[in-house]
Design a protein around this ligand. Structure first.
Ligand SMILES: Nc1nc2c(ncn2[C@@H]2O[C@H](COP(=O)(O)OP(=O)(O)OP(=O)(O)O)[C@@H](O)[C@H]2O)c(=O)[nH]1
Ligand SMILES: [Mg+2]
Length: 472
């Protein structure tokens, strides 16, 4: 059976030509426009043998690159014996077809390459599900014929770029098979999503959660490992982390919060991938505070920050405060620090505070912890709280987390005068503890004592004159 060029190629260890078309008005890495694609190729295990670049106002309709450039590409492929051509740009299915015919090579675009990396990294059922859905949605429409084997796909084995089946001469795509498979996968993912949402909600109600988010390779897992018991895989490659990890973070004086480490973002992240990775990013979406981590030593740090902010908005992580964490500053000398950091600080001014850190040397991590602590506590005030004696756990929580000034035991409850942060009381209320705060029940009492609005540092309205603390 004749095989098309896309059929038998496995990306790992394959030799590839990288192609980048720089379109008018598009962002361009000023130092090395192909650096990120090369890093992605490297991560996928591809051996880069040549690069071809072209500047164009807009893509050529049929083959994306111009006629002369295509001839050059064909020549380079012939000379190097490359098996794969990887474009930095997003290609339409018919363009892929034209390019494959001309070069007799498998042609991929950047999104497919990213999907391939994710497919190879996915180690959990959840990650595999998400990758396979993204691949079916993104890759399937671009292939002319390869789905005959899908009927035999079992157990969600990812239909990877490298495992593509029969080539162009084979039967037409059976879209019904793809659709059926997608329905099954999505149903399974829904279950995973629902379970994960419940887990995250439970965690959030019980603990203050901070989440590291940021560009891939920024050092999120390294920070995570430096401040928690660790266990996250940190490596100098893109997308080292695919699944969220959550650990306790000791902020000092026995004060702990939960810290999440998440999958990294990248410019032009395939849309389907963002959508299907929602489950993984659930922790980020619902975290109390986001630690937006940037590699300050990367020449593209500004662009990275912009991308991260956009992706956060896209996934709906919009309500909580963001803190800007500028990592890897050990790589910057004093002059570079003075030059770079103020500009990054300015670019991240929507964030509540900027922290200059190094996961390697530990610099700045204590300040970061202190700031998270302040954020968690929110506004600290002296209040009187009543809670039923049955709420032993909540009482224990207050004893540990707040400064108790006085306590009075009554028949059915205990009245405590304490200095406490809004955040702690919010946490107890969210957990269903029936508190009276300065004599008023629940959220209303909280707003009267601390000021309404819920955000930290909101000025308090003056608390009403102290009323009866006891409910009766
Ligand atoms: N010099 C220096 N290198 C760092 C620092 N933090 C992380 N690195 C290195 O940067 C690389 C990436 O670190 P990771 O912690 O895996 O980055 P990440 O943000 O988790 O990356 P992904 O999971 O791929 O999104 C590793 O080689 C780390 O050793 C730092 O503060 N200074
Ligand atoms: Mg990581």
């Amino acid at each position: 059976m004749e095989q098309g060029p896309r059929a038998e190629v496995n990306l790992q260890k394959e030799s590839a030509v990288l192609v980048a078309v720089h379109l008018d008005g598009e962002y361009l890495d000023p130092v090395d426009p192909l650096a990120e694609l090369r890093a992605l190729a490297d991560t996928a295990g591809v051996r880069v043998v040549a690069t071809v670049e072209q500047a164009r106002r807009q893509p050529e309709g049929r083959s994306y690159i111009g006629k002369g450039k295509l001839e050059e590409l064909v020549r380079v492929v012939g000379e190097t014996g490359a098996k794969v051509v990887i474009f930095d740009n997003e290609l339409a299915p018919n363009q892929i077809q034209v390019l494959e015919k001309a070069t007799s090579c498998k042609v991929l675009d950047r999104s497919e390459l990213i999907l391939d990396i994710f497919a190879n990294r996915a180690t959990t059922r959840e990650a595999s599900l998400q990758v396979e859905i993204a691949q079916l949605e993104y890759v399937a429409p671009r292939l002319r014929a390869m789905w005959s084997h899908l009927g035999q796909v079992t157990g969600g084995a990812p239909v990877g770029v490298g495992t593509r089946g029969p080539g162009e001469q084979q039967i037409e795509i059976d879209r019904r098979i793809v659709k059926r498979r997608l329905t099954t996968l999505k149903r399974e993912l829904e279950d995973v999503l629902a379970r994960r949402a419940r887990e995250v909600a439970a965690r959030r109600a019980e603990h203050f959660t901070a989440c590291l988010v940021g560009y891939t390779n920024a050092g999120k897992s390294s920070i995570f490992n430096a401040v928690t018991a660790g266990g996250a895989f940190a490596n100098d490659q893109l997308f080292a982390t695919l699944m969220t990890r959550v650990e306790r973070w000791d902020l000092g004086e026995g004060d702990t919060v939960l810290l999440g480490d998440t999958v990294g973002f990248i410019r032009n992240l395939p849309h389907h991938l963002v959508a299907s990775f929602r489950a993984t990013l659930e922790d980020a979406i619902h975290a109390h505070v986001l630690l937006v981590t940037i590699d300050a030593s990367d020449v593209n740090s500004h662009q990275h920050l912009k991308t991260v902010m956009e992706v956060l908005d896209e996934i709906g992580a919009t309500t909580q405060p963001r803190m800007l964490v500028l990592n890897k500053v050990d790589r910057l000398d004093q002059a570079r620090r003075a030059e770079l950091l103020p500009a990054l600080r300015e670019a991240g001014r929507v964030c509540q505070g900027t922290f200059v850190v190094s996961a390697s040397s530990g610099e700045g991590l204590a300040q970061l912890a202190a700031a998270v602590k302040v954020m968690r506590e929110g506004d600290v005030r002296e209040v009187e709280v009543w809670l039923p004696t049955t709420q032993g756990k909540a009482l224990d929580f207050l004893e540990r987390r707040a400064t108790v000034l006085d306590r009075n035991w009554m028949d059915d409850g205990v009245r405590i005068t304490l200095k406490v942060g809004r955040g702690q009381l919010e946490q107890l209320l969210a957990g269903g503890v029936p508190l009276l705060i300065n004599g008023t029940r629940g959220k209303e009492g909280l707003d009267l004592a601390f000021g309404s609005g819920g955000a930290n540092n909101t000025p308090a309205r003056s608390a009403p004159p102290h009323q009866r603390l006891h409910p009766k």
